[in-house]
Write a protein that binds this ligand. Structure first.
Ligand code: SF4
Length: 488
């Protein structure tokens, strides 16, 4: 069991919340749930105060568009917890704080291509959770996504339940019934606007009943997919139907999987026209999701003065500033650059991801965050990309930081002769038959050289400016690939 730490209890849980920090290698780890990923400036100031109180250098945006504090050396003082609760950054009922994982398309309500503005639904679901403390029994990984069908979709994010707008009045229901970390799948149910919250409520209540019936280790609660597997999809569907207060009759079905091409995470970076006249949003890159006090204060000031006073977090660990007038764009971009932040999609760090690695996780074979930052610094001085390149550092094979495949993945591996923490490189597009032949281990110092060489090869040898990195890699012979990635 965990030990008491003032008003919070410390658990060896897998997914902490603000009232239940977890013990990690580098200290206590806690998360702030940000329903819908939207922060107002008063919340930004509360986060700034939280950092000042704890003495931490930065807070990190997570791949669920929440916020995370690592390496805490002590408890969060009660008065700070009260402040976080007062401004909505923590649930007033600690039982449901951890299940407020509500993700929505980060451009909801401003996206010219969206079919439905899903913000009212996300808010309604948040209110439902706030009024149903019995759902505190659910896993703190329980997550619901709302995708309005616009240009910055979240349908491929691995939520337990996602509602995807398919017309201006209807959603398809998706459930996380695949493997761990995979995107939810459609189950053949269409929902009108007024049926969405009743359906979410029916699934959550059925999930709760399933946990109560199955019992077991209360700290390792089953995920929704485990409960569905236990009852079978049809059996679970019948239980949900009994809980459902709407009028529709439905049966969840396994449908033939038609591969959805993953929405590119890049469209939101840089300047984009909104659906509102003379309004733009600006996507800003946070290196590995890190957001320091100076940048928090600075972006809050910009949002207040030039935007609508809100900032949106994205599940790609970035930030969006909405509602900027055309006349202010240049000024806002200059202010963001002054904060040492990037706002161009083609910067080498725009699609860089890294898990906690050895610093914070006992499974890590490498210092992923350190090595990713070293790579970012190396690439930033030498390369200007004209097409985005995604790079992912993972301290072991669990791939916590990014579930979909990056162009280049560095896997921490302790099988090097001296067990000093080396990387295997996976490159998307490499024919399967060549993968074994390209299984060299790279020291952290060799990684930037290998990746730099591959960028050089791509820039000088691609067929044309439109050829992607993956397409370029896929037409290389084994000896060409060995030459590209050989750093000896
Ligand atoms: S990928 Fe492995 S090393 Fe990285 S945080 Fe997850 S479990 Fe830890």
């Amino acid at each position: 069991m965990g030990k008491e730490l003032n008003s919070v209890s410390v658990e060896h849980t897998i997914c902490p919340d603000i009232y239940h920090p977890a013990v990690a290698r580098d200290g206590l780890l806690t998360r702030l749930r940000i329903p819908g990923g939207v922060l107002d400036t008063s919340q930004c100031l509360a986060i700034d105060h939280l950092l000042a109180t704890t003495g931490l250098e930065y807070i990190q945006v997570t791949n669920r568009a929440n916020l995370q504090l690592r390496a805490l050396t002590g408890h969060i003082p009660t008065e700070v917890l009260i402040k976080l609760t007062d401004c909505g950054l923590a649930a007033s009922n600690s039982a449901v704080d951890g299940i407020r994982n509500i993700m929505m398309s980060p451009t909801a309500g401003i996206d010219a291509q969206e079919l439905i503005d899903i913000r009212p639904l996300a808010q309604a679901w948040h209110e439902y959770l706030s009024h149903h403390p019995e759902l505190g029994i659910l896993s703190t990984k329980f997550s619901v996504g709302f995708d309005g069908g616009g240009s910055v979709g979240i349908i491929n994010r691995p939520n337990d339940i996602t509602l995807l707008a398919v017309s201006d009045r209807e959603f398809d229901l998706y459930l996380g019934i695949g493997d761990r970390g995979s995107a939810p799948l459609p189950v053949g149910v269409k929902l009108g606007l007024d049926e969405c919250i009743p359906m979410l409520a029916a699934i959550a209540q059925s999930y709760r009943s399933g946990i109560e019936l199955l019992g077991g280790d209360i700290r390792r609660k089953p995920r929704l997919r485990d409960i569905i597997r236990h009852w079978g999809l049809t059996g679970f569907s019948e239980i949900v139907q009994l809980e459902f207060t709407g009028s529709s009759h439905f049966i969840f079905k396994n449908l033939p999987i038609s591969p959805i091409s993953p929405p590119s995470p890049i469209p939101h970076i840089g300047v984009h026209r909104q659906s509102q006249s003379d309004r733009y949003y600006l996507g800003v890159v946070l290196l590995l999701g890190r957001w320091n006090r100076n940048q928090i204060e600075g972006l809050a000031e910009i949002a207040e003065r030039y935007g609508n006073g809100t900032i949106r977090l994205t599940p790609w660990q970035n930030i969006i500033l909405p509602d900027i007038q055309g006349i202010d764009l240049e000024r806002v971009q200059a202010l963001i650059t002054d904060l040492d932040l990037i706002h161009t999609a083609n910067h080498p760090s725009s699609l860089l991801r890294a898990c906690a690695g050895s610093t914070g996780c006992k499974f890590g074979a490498t210092y992923t965050q350190r090595d990713a930052i070293d790579l970012s610094n190396y690439l930033a001085t030498k390369y200007k990309l004209d097409l985005p390149l995604s790079i992912h550092f993972s301290g072991c094979d669990r791939s916590c930081a990014q579930h979909d495949r990056a162009d280049i993945t560095l896997w921490g591996d302790d099988k090097s002769p001296d067990q000093s923490g080396h990387y295997r490189i996976s490159i998307e597009g490499v024919p399967a038959a060549f993968e074994r032949e390209l299984s060299d281990l790279y020291s952290p110092a060799q990684v930037p050289i290998a990746i730099g060489k591959s960028i050089d090869a791509y820039h000088y040898q691609r067929l044309n400016l439109q050829e992607s990195f993956r397409a370029f890699i896929s037409r290389q012979s084994l000896s060409q690939l060995q030459q590209i990635f050989n750093v000896v």
